[in-house]
Design a binder for this molecule. Structure first.
Ligand SMILES: Nc1ncnc2c1ncn2[C@@H]1O[C@H](COP(=O)(O)OP(=O)(O)OP(=O)(O)O)[C@@H](O)[C@H]1O
Ligand SMILES: [Mg+2]
Ligand SMILES: [Zn+2]
Length: 569
């Protein structure tokens, strides 16, 4: 029976592990000096080697070789690889997440190892344990029996209670670099006697996005065709990407500022089942192609495209300015990064289309609105409504509103902000505040008190936004989707035990609410006191940005797609 590559190619010894050098170094040292910890936490992106390395460590502590451990060949090593070694117990917390499961585990922990030197418990997806189960596990981690090692694995360490984190040695698995993945894939193809072009390898490795397992799965599918020659097109076919034609057209529409038509074209591709993240990567690659053909007479080698397609790209690059290309590449690259953690990459791509097509008209829109209303109404994709992005809206809002724009109302923010000391907390007129039940209302600390002067107000806002930035940074390092929250929210107020996050739409609020527990944890650890947050949906009109032009622009996009955004100047 055929076995998938990612199963047949699981490393049996440390030297076969791709990347993760920082982790292997620590573990090897601990093994050599017999200082292995009793509890580890392996964190990191899926498919980067957590379970693999956990098994290697289990082997190493039970390996009977005199030389390098694990040897991969002794009876213990082989039994562990087969999954038939009694003292290595793998538990999938996703399906055994109850207190009873952990109690059972605690019982079994009491018995000494039977076949080997150490009993090793590998708990996969440990963040899925119920809170009762966490408590039960904690007891075991507190009084670790002799000869027992726990290896907890998770892709979401931010979901673990601090009590667990503080009892484990934490090791973070990194995404594996593209050239390392490429070299591995090249070798696999060679072993199979398949001729694969460099372009195909590069595309495969890039698509794996740092996950070895994902890379192997895609390669597996491509190899399954049985072809002895594989080039970039074979891979493209498999990935289901759309061709140069599509991106030429999308770029053309954006360049002509036909926002509505561009959004409709994207909608069509997505309805055909194309993947938004893939589309973003390929669109960015298209802009790169435009750049290369602009500056090179014979770009064939660099582009790895058919003659026909190069001709199309060359034709387009002759009338698209370098500034446009530059702006697009910078913007889309950033979005690709943001989209990594996003469950709504479509919205981000739509935002790019709106921004890139409108951006050039930013200072010219008084003379010429970016979109003709009729066009948009006719062509706006229906499906867009399903993800709460009211696409037809740009009609109204892409049209300039010069009068309003010239008059920002900075005072309004202060009015909308309830005065924490003198007055009891009341909802601002246009806000719907949602408190979670047991949020205590306590007096304000100095930085939160009502300022008497504009300067103080400014300092307070700066203080809050600095804190918020820090929270977002912290959130991102623990691997959450904070890029989106960063662009949708601002910290409106902060008291002793509570804080309020302001968002512009109900849709964004729902998303932020889901993350509120995580944000509570981060903000509490930053402030070193326990705080709980609530979300307030505010009319975008009430949210005042610092400078008028960018406020206009932010509002324009905000109204266009229903997301509150904050612009970086
Ligand atoms: N660093 C790596 N070096 C070599 N192969 C790897 C590496 N990471 C993953 N693989 C390959 O991917 C397969 C799955 O890896 P593994 O189960 O260790 O990933 P994981 O990090 O535990 O993922 P998940 O978070 O989904 O549990 C392995 O069998 C192996 O083929
Ligand atoms: Mg795993
Ligand atoms: Zn061995």
């Amino acid at each position: 029976m055929y076995q998938a590559l990612y199963r047949t190619r699981r490393p049996e010894v440390f030297s076969e592990v791709l990347g993760q050098k920082h982790i292997i170094k620590i573990l090897k040292h601990q093994i050599e000096t017999d200082t292995v910890s009793h509890a580890y936490l392996f964190c990191g992106t899926r498919g980067t080697g957590k379970t693999t390395v956990a098994r290697l460590l289990a082997k190493a502590v039970n390996c009977s070789s005199k030389g390098e451990r694990p040897c991969g060949r002794c009876p213990s090593c082989e039994a562990i690889a087969r999954g038939s070694f009694m003292d290595v117990i793998e538990i999938d917390a996703a399906s055994n997440n109850g207190v009873d499961n952990i109690r059972e585990l605690r019982e079994s922990v009491k018995y000494p190892p039977q076949a080997g030197r150490k009993k090793v418990y590998i708990v996969d997806e440990v963040h899925m344990l119920s809170s009762g189960a966490f408590n039960a596990l904690l007891k075991t981690l507190e009084e670790p029996p002799e000869n027992v090692i726990f290896i907890l694995c998770t892709t979401e360490p931010q979901k673990l209670p601090q009590t667990i984190l503080s009892r484990c040695m934490r090791l973070d698995f990194k995404r594996v670099p593209q050239d390392v993945l490429a070299a591995d894939m090249r070798q696999i193809a060679e072993e199979r006697g398949v001729n694969i072009t460099e372009g195909a390898i590069r595309l495969l490795a890039a698509n794996a996005d740092g996950s070895v397992r994902d890379g192997l799965s895609i390669l597996d599918q491509v190899l399954a065709s049985g072809d002895s020659e594989i080039d970039r097109d074979t891979v493209l076919d498999y990935l289901g990407t759309v061709g140069t034609e599509f991106f030429t057209e999308l770029t053309e529409l954006v360049s002509q500022r036909s926002t509505g038509e561009a959004l409709a074209l994207l909608d069509k591709a997505l309805s055909d089942g194309k993947d938004a993240k893939q589309l973003m990567k390929d669109w960015n690659a298209h802009y790169r192609n435009l750049m290369i053909t602009k500056f090179m007479r014979d770009p064939e080698d660099l582009l790895n495209m058919s003659e026909d397609n190069i001709k199309k790209v060359r034709e387009q690059s002759s009338h698209i300015s370098f500034e446009e290309i530059d702006e697009a590449i910078r913007r889309i690259s950033k979005t690709i990064n943001d989209a990594r953690w996003s469950t709504q990459p479509r919205i981000l791509m739509e935002l790019d289309i709106v921004a890139l097509s409108g951006a050039k008209g930013r200072y010219m829109q008084v003379e010429k609105p970016a979109v003709q209303p009729e066009t948009v109404i006719r062509e706006a994709p229906k499906e867009a409504a399903a993800v709460h992005t009211p696409v037809p809206e740009p009609v109204k809002t892409l049209e300039p509103e010069p009068v309003k724009a010239a008059e920002p109302e900075p005072v309004k923010a202060a009015e909308a902000e309830p005065e924490p000391v003198k007055a009891p907390e009341t909802d601002p007129a246009k806000a719907t505040e949602v408190h979670r039940e047991d949020v205590p209302q306590t007096p304000a600390t100095p930085i939160e008190s009502e300022p008497e002067t504009g300067q103080k107000e400014e300092a307070r806002i700066t203080e809050l936004s600095k804190l918020w930035e820090e929270v977002m940074d912290e959130g991102e390092t623990t691997g959450g989707s904070f890029n989106l929250i960063r662009s949708w929210t601002r910290l409106k107020s902060l008291r002793q035990n509570t804080y309020t996050v302001s968002v512009a739409t109900e849709f964004a609020a729902k998303y932020v609410r889901e993350k509120l527990d995580t944000i509570d944890k981060i903000i509490s650890s930053v402030l070193k006191r326990s705080v709980r947050g609530s979300v307030v949906v505010e009319d975008p009109e009430d949210i005042v940005e610092e400078s008028a032009p960018s406020q206009d622009y932010a509002k324009e996009i905000r109204d266009a797609i229903g997301i509150d955004i904050k612009l970086e100047d």
